[in-house]
Design a protein around this ligand. Structure first.
Ligand SMILES: N[C@@H](CCC[C@H](N)C(=O)O)C(=O)O
Length: 270
């Protein structure tokens, strides 16, 4: 079987993109992991499939991590998904709404930049004190479509992201589903820099969209910083997170604005 794909990235978080509008593709987790393998496959942090809508959207987005497991949402992937379906429609769309396991997402286009409007975050907690990798960390958490732990630090470059990230990802406080783990530094009020360890990639990635949103909201909670918050990611891009606080710890109109780029297209024989 020949599989046609596009490779895209959103701020360096990279994805294999598949058009499965006719639902002809049925890929096992093992095959997805092989496609995402950087040595034996195409290489990616995750894989996205376009499927037909079932619940009133224009399309349905399915997202799989590099390990082949399905996750509810991916912020960088959703921006790429928006541009990908726009290209499937000869760039004729101005706005697209798509269903995810974390709710309805909409995307709007400004050149190669995409703004997504995300579903409401939930489960925000502040200030858990947890032992991780021989240190005691102050850990905040929020689900922005997928679960995120957030730790603010002074020395971001000095953070052992793999060690602390894996420590949080498998910490008993976040079981049974685990968590993504973000380390953030305040650059100036309303401007932060972050590094993220992603569940399902089991490593640091160059950017994580839902992680940026989690860090921006926690930055607002801790300092009162106004929307939008600028977020500098490991890959060097700066993205913007917008939000409205509608009640204590409750948010609506959560947006993420940043790049979504095509890299190449190809085909593989399975
Ligand atoms: N890269 C993503 C998040 C993808 C899902 C995550 N690894 C998980 O398993 O929760 C993003 O840009 O949000």
């Amino acid at each position: 079987m020949t599989l046609n794909f596009w490779k895209m990235n959103g701020a360096g978080n990279d994805f294999v993109m598949l058009d499965n509008r006719d639902l002809s593709l049925v890929l096992s987790g093992e095959v997805i992991a092989r496609l995402c393998d950087r040595h034996r496959g195409i290489g990616a942090d995750g894989l996205l499939c376009v499927e037909p809508a079932r619940e009133g959207g224009d399309f349905r987005m399915r997202y799989y991590n590099a390990d082949g497991g399905e996750a509810e949402m991916c912020g960088n992937g959703a921006r790429c998904f928006g541009r990908f379906v726009n290209r499937l429609h000869e760039d004729g769309l101005t706005r697209v709404r798509f269903e995810t396991l974390a709710g309805m997402i909409s995307a709007e286009f400004e050149g190669d930049q995409v703004r997504i409007n995300m579903s409401a975050p939930h489960g925000l907690t502040l200030g858990a004190v947890l032992p991780v990798g021989g240190e005691v960390l102050t850990v905040h958490s929020v689900n922005t479509g997928v679960p995120h732990a957030v730790v603010f630090v002074e020395d971001l470059e000095g953070v052992p992201v793999r060690e602390w990230g894996a420590g949080l990802r498998y910490h008993e406080a976040f079981q049974p589903r685990g968590t993504n783990a973000n380390f953030a530094k305040v650059v100036a009020p309303g401007s932060i820099a972050i590094r993220t360890y992603e569940r399902g990639v089991e490593d640091e990635t160059l950017a994580c969209g839902t992680g940026m949103v989690a860090c921006a909201l926690i930055h607002h909670e801790l300092t009162g910083a106004a929307s939008p918050v600028s977020v500098l990611v490991k890959g060097g891009d700066t993205l913007r997170v917008g939000f409205t606080e509608v009640a204590p710890h409750e948010y609506s109109d959560v947006t993420l604005f940043g790049p979504a780029d095509f890299v190449f297209q190809g085909s593989v024989t399975l």
